[in-house]
Write a protein of this length. Structure first.
Length: 301
């Protein structure tokens, strides 16, 4: 896909404050009676959106890494704003892809055009489905990896304040919504209060980031589950297509057998005709000879 085409698609996300704008404006229902060319055009459009989804995942991964290297609160806030906007856009893309695949699946189940076109539709849809599922898995892996890196960073920061902290205490700080309060309590009793105050804000920010990532993980799990449901429906359609194609093959095989039998019968019939013809020719010759010798070669008295 060209950069110009991607840029044109990205321009469609100008109003990200309205979550329904993208979905309502982009989800197209595939007409079961549409031609194969129209279907293939829809395939290309969905491929383009999946590619954009994949690019966004890569950008989100980079932003997660960048925020850990940020030196100022201003940089952190800027990166977080970019991340939030991109995550929102990416989930809108994901929901759009899911709805378009649903529509395509339903259209394929009702489409006409014979077994050949049905096989093409099945293969194209299955390829799109697999590509999108892999993109979701990649996004999940990015979020899990980023969450772990954030937790490691928070653990290191907490140990600056309280080097003798136990694993259970650290887990409570990282997992509980009151982690910031626990950190503040450690700050009050720490002999390294100057360093603690410098990292307190960062730890609180990382804690908020982890909560956002965990929310994304939940949403991705839901999206993945819905795609698995679509895969189940697709398997049913594949079975139906295979059965139809099997019936067609059986009919073709039976027809071929009948044709072969007809050829054999035709050859046998022609052979019989030639045999009869030869028989009658020989018979006529014999009769002619008999007449000749009885009429023209009578013994003289």
């Amino acid at each position: 896909m060209s950069r110009d085409r991607l840029a044109g698609m990205k321009s469609g996300y100008a109003n990200l404050d309205d979550p329904g704008a993208w979905e309502l404006g982009s989800v197209q229902h595939v007409d079961p009676s549409a031609s194969l060319n129209t279907f293939l055009e829809e395939v290309t459009e969905i491929e383009d959106i999946i590619s954009l989804f994949q690019q966004n995942v890569k950008r989100i991964q980079d932003l997660h890494a960048n925020v850990l290297d940020a030196f100022s609160e201003e940089q952190v806030n800027s990166i977080n704003a970019q991340t939030d906007k991109l995550v929102s856009e990416t989930f809108q893309l994901g929901n759009s892809i899911k709805e378009r695949l649903k529509s395509m699946n339903l259209a394929n189940r009702k489409a006409t055009g014979g077994p050949g076109q049905a096989q093409i539709r099945k293969n194209k849809y299955q390829a799109l489905q697999e590509k999108f599922v892999e993109a979701i898995k990649k996004y999940q892996a990015v979020e899990y990896e980023s969450r772990n890196r954030y937790r490691e960073r928070m653990e290191r920061q907490y140990r600056i304040v309280k080097p003798d902290a136990s694993e259970d205490e650290i887990d409570r700080v990282l997992d509980e919504d009151g982690g910031g309060q626990l950190f503040a309590q450690a700050l009050m009793s720490s002999s390294r209060s100057t360093e603690a105050r410098e990292v307190l804000k960062e730890v609180q920010n990382r804690h908020d980031d982890i909560k956002k990532i965990e929310k994304s993980i939940v949403e991705l799990a839901r999206l993945f589950e819905e795609m698995q449901t679509l895969i189940t429906l697709q398997d049913e359609m594949i079975q139906q297509i295979d059965e139809n194609m099997g019936t067609t093959v059986n009919h073709s095989t039976e027809a071929n057998k009948q044709i072969e039998q007809a050829i054999v019968y035709a050859r046998a019939s022609r052979k019989k005709k030639w045999c009869l013809l030869i028989f009658f020719v020989v018979l006529i010759i014999v009769i002619a000879l008999v007449i000749y010798f009885t009429q023209f070669h009578k013994p003289r008295n």
